[in-house]
Design a protein around this ligand. Structure first.
Ligand SMILES: Cc1cc2nc3c(=O)[nH]c(=O)nc-3n(C[C@H](O)[C@H](O)[C@H](O)COP(=O)(O)OP(=O)(O)OC[C@H]3O[C@@H](n4cnc5c(N)ncnc54)[C@H](O)[C@@H]3O)c2cc1C
Ligand code: SF4
Length: 336
């Protein structure tokens, strides 16, 4: 959602090519066509497809097995799935995630994902209805001995009042989730779940069109004390703060940290430093299937409406000796 007429986003390939800065294709949506959205209030969760998995589980599994990919430095996470679980739970009850639990406190639940990490309770909303494609996939997966389950989605399967008292409306399956804002207010995101309540708080002030250029440190260089931003009129403003949260996505955060002299910059040659190290994102590939005797209405559905299997994810299956960690989940989805 970046406006390329004003600035760009780049990352650099290995050091021998470090003068060639590439736009990270696929990670960022940008350009003239999207400019109106680039200045729209909100974050990228305005336009996401709203697939709402908890993704710490396969990572935890790979780490538990001690797998390290050749060429990838050992991850230093220092946090476990169980420590993250209460925050996943709170997030799901804030954004109104629709789904079916597969494991509550260690007890497997019929209809959910038997491979998921233990949840403290059921999803706040039931899963979306199953589409024609979802039914076919589910039946085929079951016949092959796999374990299909509904994809968790941050689109509300019915109207939901969240933990802050905000109402997220029920999805009407218009099929326009991905890359579009929701006209129904049915996506769980900052707009629907948090801002309506925050805007009514007299202690809260929202400043739009404020582009942060730098985090300013005190004389010790150890404590952040203010940010400098440029407002819509091009004026530089210094805003003092007790607490500063960097939330400009990982590229923006790393860039701001480097510009502000915070942390040790990653040096791939010396293998030192953490700022800018080990970027990871979702890797998705698609297969389109055509059937001579079946019709699927791709204009009805939601981005996160579909069926998945986790049988080939993490260490849920035996891939010893095949030379990779992780694996992946397969998904059939309709619309969005
Ligand atoms: C089309 C699309 C579909 C997606 N579908 C899914 C999905 O189905 N499921 C899923 O889990 N994820 C999905 N994603 C990914 C997901 O949306 C992002 O990973 C997530 O929103 C990132 O959140 P964030 O808060 O880190 O950053 P962002 O949401 O990118 O928010 C960063 C904010 O910081 C602002 N900003 C940046 N630099 C500055 C600065 N210097 N000063 C002030 N503000 C600044 C930006 O304008 C932006 O508002 C999708 C993404 C896209 C684009
Ligand atoms: S399918 Fe349409 S109505 Fe439902 S959440 Fe997506 S954009 Fe909103």
């Amino acid at each position: 959602m970046q406006d390329l007429s004003r600035e760009t986003l780049t990352f650099r390939q290995p050091s021998e090519r470090d003068r060639a800065a590439d736009a990270p294709a696929g990670l960022v949506q940008a350009g003239r066509r999207r400019r109106r959205r680039a200045v729209q209030l909100g974050r990228r969760d305005v336009a996401l497809s709203a697939v709402g998995f908890r993704d710490a589980q396969p990572l935890r599994s790979a780490l538990r097995q001690g797998h390290i990919l050749r060429g990838l430095h050992e991850p230093r996470l220092g946090i476990s799935y169980n420590e993250l679980e209460p925050y996943y739970d709170r997030f799901e009850y804030c954004y109104g995630i629709s789904g079916k639990a597969g494991n509550i406190k260690g007890v497997l639940q019929p209809g959910g994902n038997p491979f998921e990490g233990a949840r403290s309770r059921e999803f706040p909303l039931p899963p979306h209805p199953v589409s024609h494609a979802g039914h076919l996939y589910s039946e085929a997966a079951k016949a092959m001995g796999y374990h299909p389950f509904p994809i968790p989605a941050a689109t509300a399967s019915r109207a939901y009042k969240n933990i802050y008292g905000s109402t997220i409306n029920g999805c009407v399956y218009c099929g326009f989730c991905s890359s579009h804002a929701c006209e129904m207010g049915a996506k769980g995101n900052v707009q629907s779940a948090v801002l309506p309540v925050l805007m009514g708080d007299k202690n809260f002030e929202l400043r739009t069109h404020a582009r942060v250029m730098k985090v300013n440190l005190d004389s010790s260089g150890k404590r952040a004390v203010s940010v400098t931003y440029v407002d819509a009129q091009g004026r530089e403003v210094e805003q003092p703060a007790e607490l500063i949260l960097l939330m400009s996505y990982v590229f923006g955060n790393v860039r701001l940290m480097m510009l502000s002299g915070i942390g040790e910059r990653y040096d791939p040659v010396a293998n030192r430093g953490v700022v800018g190290r080990n970027y990871a994102y979702q890797v998705v590939s698609h297969v389109n299937l055509n059937f001579e005797d079946k019709i699927f209405n791709q204009f009805m559905g939601a981005g996160g409406m579909g069926i998945s299997i986790d049988d080939f994810n993490g260490d849920n299956y035996d891939h010893a000796g095949l030379g990779f960690v992780g694996g992946g989940r397969t998904v059939v989805s309709t619309g969005g």
